[in-house]
Design a protein around this ligand. Structure first.
Ligand code: NCD
Length: 308
């Protein structure tokens, strides 16, 4: 039962709870008109202390499409945060008015602080370079719909594996399935953090290798997960400029990949995927963004305990 639960990181839900969410998302995709009143009378707050397009809009669209309503901010300076209010006080106040809160924050652990301060469900919509569990739900639903299963996949993750929170969450979530292999493609400076390597990959005996050249491994992949270099988490602009265009997926590289490989990206894209790749049938990132709304509809219904 997911009713009343918070989602702070992917492991908060078991694989069978995830399966329930995927099944509900499937039903919603098949017949969205059946759900237009599912959350009537419910209110969700979106507390976004960092920029967002897909995550906030897909959450808000999800709630509105379920017949619920939304309040919130996307510019923390317009709220009492600007007066120095703590996360704990903000969430306790917001909980007086709404049934569910979705929070994005630059500080790792901020949504957890919010969760510990209230009984209301809190959803982590990205905390610094740490976790982004609802992007992972989106990624998993896309994989399930497009590949049909999670077992026996070779997944290439490319770009900023150090600061990319979507990568950290996806690796954690996929580590629970059978015979998953990861190929980690990044420059030395943007390697996957040691804590993820030790606590997730080595601890669970998962096969992985770290490489610097995409061309060498692209043919082996079932999934290529591209990421943006996370400019906002760099200490200096020169390093960002030096690293930002290290990987650019173009049609020439796509020719080296298998016909059934799929390309995912949490978006926003900067330069790491050439626009010419968009029309390749293996490029699924905009479809992935759409799945994101459906899985968030399923998540909202489940944590609010509404059925239909
Ligand atoms: C990601 C994020 O915010 O971490 N975006 C998203 O939510 N779809 C990826 C990114 O910003 O690069």
């Amino acid at each position: 039962m997911l009713k009343g639960r918070s989602l702070l990181e992917p492991m908060d839900f078991t694989t069978s709870e995830l399966e329930e969410l995927f099944q509900l998302a499937d039903k919603i995709i098949e017949c969205p008109q059946k759900y237009t009143k599912a959350c009537e009378g419910k209110l969700m707050a979106t507390l976004f202390y960092e920029p967002s397009t897909r995550t906030r809009f897909s959450f808000e669209a999800a709630m509105l499409r379920l017949g619920g309503q939304v309040i919130g901010f996307s510019e923390p300076n317009s709220s009492s945060v600007a007066k120095g209010e703590s996360i704990s006080d903000t969430i306790r106040t917001v909980a007086c008015y709404v049934d569910l809160a979705v929070m994005r924050h630059p500080k790792e652990g901020a949504p957890k602080v919010a969760h510990l301060s209230t009984d209301m469900p809190v959803i982590n919509a990205g905390d610094g370079g740490h976790q982004h569990p609802t992007q992972t739900l989106t990624d998993l639903l896309t994989i399930k719909k497009e590949k049909g299963h999670f077992d026996n996949l070779t997944v290439g993750l490319c770009g900023d594996l150090k600061f990319g929170r979507t990568v950290h969450s996806l690796i954690k979530a996929l580590s629970r399935y059978n015979n998953i292999k990861f190929i980690l493609i990044s420059p030395e400076e943007l390697r996957l953090p040691n804590y993820v390597i030790k606590e997730v990959l080595i601890k669970n005996n998962i096969e992985f290798k770290e490489v610097q050249k995409m061309e060498e491994v692209i043919h082996d992949l079932d999934i290529l997960y591209m990421t943006r270099v996370q400019r906002e988490r760099f200490f200096n602009e020169e390093d960002y400029i030096r690293l930002k265009d290290r990987y650019i997926l173009d049609l020439e590289k796509m020719r080296l990949a298998r016909e059934d490989m799929i390309v995912l990206h949490p978006l926003p894209r900067v330069n790491e995927i050439a626009v010419e790749v968009d029309s390749d049938p293996r490029a699924l990132y905009f479809k992935q963004a759409k799945y994101g709304m459906f899985i968030r509809m399923a998540l909202i219904m489940s944590v609010l305990g509404v059925t239909c």
